[in-house]
Design a protein around this ligand. Sequence first.
Ligand SMILES: [Fe+2]
Ligand SMILES: [Fe+2]
Length: 263
Amino acid sequence: MLLIPIGDVHLGARACDVDALRRTVSEIQNTENAFWVGMGDYAECINLTDKRFDLKSLEPRFLPRLDDLANACFEELKQILTPIREKCLGLLVGNHEETLRLRQSQDIHGALCLALRAPNLGYDCLLRWTFRRCKAAKHGRFPATTLKILASHGTIASRRPGAKINRMEDIASNFNCDIAMFGHGHSKLASERIELDVPASGTMRLMERKKIVIMTGCYRKNHAEGTLDYAEKAGYPPVPIGSPRIRIRPFALPRDRFVVSVG
Ligand SMILES: [Fe+2]
Ligand SMILES: [Fe+2]
């Protein structure tokens, strides 16, 4: 089972690498048992009347739709993501979509969820993912196991990887989850730890649980030719593009249940 979080696309920005997004979509479409979660900030959502608007940061092909920028991005996102909509576990909202909703009463995220028929996960959510074997065990029942996932667009935007991981681990410690995924930070990071426990009753034994925190990458560069981008002016570092991959083996031993690849 493969889980790929897709977030921080920022379509509409000239620095958005839409070809990289199409490659990820194609991988999900062509991989059996691959699923994805939308992590927010799908479109830049900075339109003409926004004080953050900068013509040099706009992707030139959207110029003819300057008076309807969010809808133009929404239409392209819908077209790109439709082939994998059946594999979507849900879509979080990002702060860029939220700013548009709060300032200009345009809920582009809600519209995208409706168009893709995907669950609207809000800003933070807990997912419960149950896996059941097709083959019955000796006692006749079908073994099942559950994975709990915290998914959040988040607000973590520290400059250094260590600071981002510290904040992700702090937040994840508030939730009973196996995997905690965060967007917004535009980094691909992962950190894991093992938690120890004992059974609530019966024979005492040491039980292990693997818990991982992940920052889910981005599809927007901080530096692009021909721009005077806010990311460049703020001194943000160049960032890797794309999504991490989480390979899940739900019935494996606790330490082998999932492996994250950020490369
Ligand atoms: Fe973002
Ligand atoms: Fe964000």
